[in-house]
Design a protein around this ligand. Structure first.
Ligand SMILES: [Zn+2]
Length: 380
């Protein structure tokens, strides 16, 4: 081979080695870096799992104990049927319940009347429990019908009460979700002068959460809250503390949720006819801007025996109309990023996206319109 031809070949070969060699080195360096990150992540996950195992072992070994904060009372022993390790970590339901659960921020969007999904879904919700007479009967009916519900419990009912603590454990083990309905439910203390006392209210939420964790184990945490009288009442009375309250809920990653329909079982202490309850509910559903998603308010307090009687018919109503039964799980953390301040809604999360065109300064502009048709429930 002549020198003239050989030189360019050598130059190309050297260049090729330099280029591919560098790429190979870079590829190798990247792999090493990735490997390092993966190893760190695996170590972190392992440490977290060990921490959880330890917490669970400690919990299981506590065969009856005082709550860490003694004010929250005595926690009765767990029984072998209760499996706290089956609760999804940091969640308000079992791992197996997540397949039919919807995050609270999406449910808030449904209540605001602007959820984009078209599938028919119903969320049965029960407030003011648990009660020893009605809640177990409700749990039996739900089990027989193969459906689930979300229970917003009053913390004080659980305090040093072995029967009620077992009922909350059963609510969870049966595949239902559990939310927070404050510790005492006393209107005059939560809303003095009909204005929400933000630090007091937040303290009531946290006390109930602490007590639920003592009863249900370290995996349990609920981030769903139902206000006594409803969030809609705060909006209805133009509560001046509502913006501050929203900020506190957002900071705590809690969603306050109302309802779209009710059976009317809260309105009276008189006996209620089953047909009357169904009629009220049906009317509310037809008045909804989107009747495909129903969040139904009922009560499982000790006095609500008519709700128990009506429940099989209520479930039948939704089955025959093609609704899927869902439960409410904790909101996603990302859903709290950049949510606007608002007061004419049913929740600190979710707002109606309905718009209308209006003329402003001679120009057509599109404005958001609130779907808010809230009522004021001050005294029930
Ligand atoms: Zn209530």
């Amino acid at each position: 081979m002549k020198k003239k031809v050989l030189i360019p070949i050598i130059v190309i070969a050297v260049a090729a080695i330099a280029v591919f060699g560098t790429r190979a080195y870079e590829a190798h360096a990247k792999t090493t870096q990735e490997h390092k990150v993966e190893t760190q992540q695996a170590a972190k996950a392992k440490a977290e799992a060990q921490k959880q195992d330890k917490a669970m072992t400690e919990f299981m070994e506590n065969k009856g104990h005082w709550a860490k904060d003694k004010y929250l009372g005595y926690i009765n022993p767990y029984e072998s049927w209760f499996k706290p390790q089956e609760i999804a970590p940091g969640e308000n339901l079992l791992k197996s319940a997540q397949s039919y659960a919807v995050p609270a921020n999406e449910v808030a969007q449904m209540i605001a009347g602007d959820y984009k999904g078209n599938q028919k879904e119903v969320f049965l919700t029960f407030d003011d429990g648990p009660s020893t007479n009605n809640t177990p009967k409700i749990l039996d009916i739900l089990k027989n019908e193969g459906v689930h519900a979300t229970f917003f419990v009053i913390g004080d009912h659980l305090k040093s009460n072995p029967k009620i603590q077992q009922i909350v454990r059963r609510e969870i083990m049966d595949g239902n979700a559990v939310g927070d309905h404050t510790f005492t439910h006393i209107y005059s203390e939560l809303y003095p002068d009909n204005k929400i006392d933000v630090p007091y209210f937040m303290n009531q939420i946290q006390e109930t959460q602490h007590l639920l964790t003592e009863v249900l184990g370290p995996n349990f945490h609920t981030g769903i809250v139902r206000l006594p009288g409803g969030y809609m009442s705060r909006a209805f009375y133009h509560d001046p503390n509502l913006i501050k309250f929203n900020e506190a809920l957002d900071k705590d990653k809690d969603t306050a949720l109302d309802w779209t329909a009710e059976t009317g079982d809260a309105g009276t202490t008189k006996a209620l006819d089953i047909n009357q309850l169904i009629h009220t509910m049906d009317g509310d559903i037809h008045n909804q801007s989107n009747p495909n998603q129903v969040i139904l308010l009922m009560h499982d307090a000790g006095a609500k025996v008519d709700t128990v009687k009506a429940l099989p018919t209520i479930i039948q109503y939704f089955k025959s109309h093609g609704y899927a039964f869902k439960v409410i799980e904790n909101p996603t953390p990302e859903s709290f990023v950049g949510i606007p301040a608002k007061t004419d809604t049913y929740s600190n999360q979710g707002e109606s996206l309905t718009t209308k065109t209006v003329v402003k300064d001679g120009k057509k502009v599109t404005e958001k319109v609130s779907d808010y048709k809230g009522k004021g429930y001050q005294y029930n």
